[in-house]
Write a protein that binds this ligand. Structure first.
Ligand code: DP6
Length: 334
């Protein structure tokens, strides 16, 4: 049995817990350019490979925590009080419990997501990162960014990257307690970098990332080549970022995403997150590229596409994808 989250966290908390005050924190959502797929430790969410993402600026989650005069915790999502046994409320309370120790004061925990629901983006990364930042304030923990990132990772792997803005690398680490498996902001600004959130299918029931990656690692022979490819892609993407080489960056990110999907498809039972509309949109991206527009795609564990392009190509991208509204266009550097 490996070390538990609770055991790891307790080592870094003050000896005497300070009573909670109030807290209000924001964390951005993020999209990986080199994907995290596969865990070497499911309890701590330790990844098999390192990954690299871009944070989505002002799109993300805001979480506030206040003591409440009630018999038990209250969890709100987008203004609505959730049933205590709902899956979101249970996840939030389980995470808060890791930091609460014997302070039994019931709390009101409110999360607001400003990611357009229509964009079909998962909010667990920004949600756990914002919750971690709020817990750090609330219990006056004064944790360093790297520790906040390692702890947020225990909520959801990709949350480790949402502690930071801009381009972010999540080191896979090698320690058993995972404390070196944390993210770091890369010192790169790219003002013209844009992301288009292309929602192509609604109401599709999906297998979540946690079970999807477990199934892939356990059943896809093709997965054996993934860690090596991810390592190579990460190095290439870092080089492309340093050189502001958009073509190399886009091509590597697109191939990385499609390679991850290839391992998913090679799982049993097969995991095909794409819908017919996803494939049609991929062909539109490739068609546009053949006309000279530098646009690339990436996809996560769902049917939607994220388009990567630069401001100079925005008009051409909007022409080809008229369904993109202003709300779907993200400028990570403002
Ligand atoms: C395909 O971070 O949601 O989006 O650690 O089980 O919570 P858990 O998984 P999660 O997985 C994200 C997978 C991905 C790729 C990525 O964001 O790197």
């Amino acid at each position: 049995m490996s070390i538990t989250k609770q055991q790891v966290i307790e080592r870094f908390l003050p000896d005497t817990p300070l009573p909670g005050t109030t807290a209000d924190a924001f964390a951005p959502s993020n999209i990986a350019l080199c994907k995290y797929w596969g865990k070497r430790d499911a309890e701590l969410n330790l990844p098999i490979n390192a990954s690299l993402s871009v944070s989505l600026g002002e799109l993300g989650s805001r979480t506030s925590i206040t003591p409440v005069d009630a018999d038990s915790d209250q969890v709100f999502l987008n203004g609505e009080l959730l049933a205590a046994d709902s899956s979101f409320a249970r996840k939030v309370i389980r995470f808060v419990d890791l930091f609460r120790r014997d302070l039994r004061q019931p709390l009101s925990i409110r999360t607001e997501n400003n990611i357009p629901t229509a964009a079909g983006l998962a909010s667990s990364a920004s949600g756990f990162a914002a919750l971690m930042l709020a817990l750090d304030q609330f219990y006056q923990l004064g944790l360093e960014p790297a520790r906040l990132s390692a702890f947020a990772r225990m909520g959801s792997g990709s949350a480790s990257r949402s502690i930071f803005d801009g381009f972010v690398e999540w080191h896979k680490g090698s320690r058993e307690d995972g404390m070196d498996s944390c993210a770091e902001r890369l010192d790169i600004e790219w003002p013209g970098f844009r992301i288009g959130l292309l929602k192509v299918a609604t109401g599709v029931k999906k297998v979540d990332s946690r079970s999807g990656m477990q199934r892939t690692v356990e059943s896809a022979a093709l997965y054996a080549s993934w860690p090596q490819q991810a390592g190579r892609d990460l190095a290439t993407i870092k080089r492309a970022l340093a050189d502001r080489d958009f073509e190399l960056l886009g091509a590597t990110a697109e191939q990385n995403a499609l390679s991850m999907h290839a391992t998913m498809i090679a799982s049993w039972p097969p995991l095909l997150y794409w819908q017919p509309e996803s494939v049609a949109a991929m062909h539109r991206v490739w068609e546009l590229r053949s006309l000279g527009v530098e646009v690339y795609l990436t996809m996560d564990a769902g049917p939607n596409l994220k388009l990567l392009y630069q401001t100079a190509d925005e008009a051409a991208v909007l022409d080809a994808f008229p369904e993109l509204s202003d709300l779907d266009l993200v400028a990570p550097f403002g």
